[in-house]
Design a protein around this ligand. Structure first.
Ligand code: ZN
Length: 124
């Protein structure tokens, strides 16, 4: 039972887009056959190699910067006619709370206040 779960986890491990080694996060114990996550879908080895070679732009970010997400959220909020749930869905979040967490993690509760005011009166 326990080992089955471990196998499932191992299968789902992301692989580095360059060297194809399975990657583990910094908190996990790394086996010799694994590499650490370095960002942009690369392991730390490949990341620094690409960085030094000036090729980091060849590897697009796989997550959107929170600033970009919040910019878009505010554009929709100012445009009007969308509920906070509509906006969250438009930005690819299945739940509004996920969008709220972006505001929170970015330390933009002030911006969230504006967002809330703008979307409050909107009815679905
Ligand atoms: Zn790699």
């Amino acid at each position: 039972m326990g080992s089955e779960a471990a196998v499932t986890r191992a299968r789902r491990r992301p692989r580095c887009r360059l060297c194809r080694f399975p990657m583990v996060t910094a908190r996990e114990v790394r086996k010799p056959s694994q590499r650490r996550v370095g960002g942009r879908g690369l392991c730390t080895n490949c990341y620094s190699h690409e960085q030094h070679g000036g090729r980091l732009e060849d590897h697009p970010r796989r997550t959107r910067r929170s600033d970009d997400v919040l910019d878009d959220a505010m554009v929709y909020a100012y445009r009007g006619g969308m509920t906070k749930h509509d906006i969250a869905r438009q930005l690819g979040y299945s739940r509004f709370d996920s969008l709220y967490q972006v505001f929170r993690r970015a330390g933009r509760r002030d911006l969230y206040g504006k967002f809330k005011n703008l979307t409050e009166g909107v009815t679905a």
